[in-house]
Design a protein around this ligand. Structure first.
Ligand SMILES: [Fe+2]
Ligand SMILES: [Fe+2]
Length: 417
């Protein structure tokens, strides 16, 4: 559980909430924002677990989850679960979204049968968890529009005993939830903006799809997370870096907007000359972030430029002395740790996703065959530690693949050749 709240006086609680709300603005990715909101809400209320649903197309979509009892500290495949709940009075979250009112329940198993909603025990039955107290809070925008619903579960005191949520939690957490709505909507907008940007590349190259980009972003963030934990990197630093990586990785192929249709849309294999032109999508992409004004820009540039470099020094585009020069030639390939770290995660994520996708000219590979290839390429195409981290969290990887499913996929020859 996060550090317990040491506040207690109303002024201190409100100050604390305002400080938390302010700091949400540092985050870029919507998942990182939801993660922070749950962490802080649980710290303030002592909740053991929590879930956030976001409203989209008139339904509540499961969007993030914490549970200290069931999956504390481990790579969390549950975050990528897909579940929607209708906005109506039959479920607890649906009821709260419909009425816009906070709902506090002391024991989920002892609800008055006269209430319109019931508690769905299927999660508890599946996992052995015992839900008792539940605090369900609407997340509203400044215009009182419902953005989503946050549900906190099992309030625990300092000794670990669970009981009802305190009056303070009931009074003040709606303030946090409502302040957070601005950050949530901004995070959603950022992601949609990137997806739209990538749609431009997709219109040119139909194999570069929104779902591919979402998967590569999520895979990269999770592989990094495991890699960093294995190395004992500070948790705050892990969260900061993975937030940037999730977004920057989505832009890895943004330079494809600059590649000619004749090449992008050519059916079948590219000639050597065409492939040489295609390779320049790395340089074109990096150029978009030439005047990096933020860490996110700088990371996006590194990834766009280096996601086709290989650990063994057989990738591209190699060292480019002047990215801004008019005619850029491919340089001597980078190798090993010369390749920027962020790009090493994306390289594996991108190839893995290409291998998983069915294309007109290749059948879908089985997981076994893909994993064999990745093991073979450990220390060749890929950083060995990155491969190890990937294999360690393969259950999370498959959960991501499941969440962002689609038809089609990425061009295999561009990546593997
Ligand atoms: Fe690429
Ligand atoms: Fe890609």
């Amino acid at each position: 559980m996060p550090d317990p709240c040491t506040c207690g006086q109303p002024v201190e609680i409100v100050t604390d909430i305002l400080r938390v709300s302010e700091r949400l603005n540092d985050l870029k990715d919507v998942d990182a924002i939801l993660d922070r909101i749950l962490t802080e809400s649980r710290r303030l209320s002592g909740a053991d677990a929590g879930t956030i649903f976001l409203l989209k197309d008139d339904a509540l979509h499961f969007s993030y989850v914490h549970n200290d009892t069931l999956f504390r500290d481990e790579a969390n495949k549950h975050v990528y679960m897909t579940m929607t709940v209708d906005v109506n009075e039959h479920s607890i979250v649906g009821y709260v979204a419909k009425t816009g009112e906070l709902l506090a329940i002391d024991d989920a198993y002892d609800l008055d049968p006269a209430l319109p909603f019931s508690f769905n025990r299927s999660f508890d039955e599946r996992t052995g968890y015992r839900t008792r107290s539940i605090l369900t809070i609407p997340v509203k925008s400044s215009q009182a529009r419902i953005v989503g619903v946050m549900q906190l579960i099992n309030s625990k005191d300092a000794s670990g005993a669970s009981g009802p949520f305190s009056d303070e939690a009931r009074t003040y957490l709606p303030l946090l939830a409502n302040n957070a709505s601005v950050a949530i909507e901004r995070g959603i907008m950022t992601r949609e903006l990137i997806l739209r940007m990538m749609q431009m590349a997709e219109m040119r190259d139909p194999s570069e799809t929104g779902a591919h980009v979402q998967r590569v972003g999520a895979y990269s963030a999770e592989i990094y997370d495991r890699w960093a934990r294995t190395r004992g990197i500070d948790r705050k630093e892990i969260k900061r870096y993975r937030d940037l990586l999730r977004v920057a990785a989505m832009l890895h192929d943004v330079g494809k907007v600059g590649v000619s249709d004749l090449i992008l849309k050519k059916p079948g294999k590219l000639t050597d000359e065409e492939f040489a032109t295609m390779k320049l999508h790395t340089v074109n992409g990096a150029r978009l972030f030439l005047n990096a004004t933020s860490e996110l820009d700088a990371m996006s540039r590194e990834i766009a430029l280096n996601h086709h470099e290989k650990w063994n020094g057989k990738g591209y585009p190699g060292a480019i002395p002047d990215l801004g020069a008019e005619d850029v030639a491919l340089g001597v390939p980078k190798r090993g740790e010369e390749i920027p770290l962020a790009a090493r995660f994306v390289a594996l994520a991108d190839v893995f996703d290409a291998l998983c996708s069915r294309r007109s000219y290749k059948a879908e590979w089985s997981d076994e065959k893909i994993l064999d290839l990745l093991r073979e390429e450990k220390g060749e195409h890929f950083d060995p530690e990155v491969v190890d981290a990937f294999l360690d969290i393969f259950d999370v990887i498959t959960a991501i693949r499941e969440k962002f499913r689609e038809e089609g996929g990425v061009r295999h020859d561009e990546i593997i050749k």
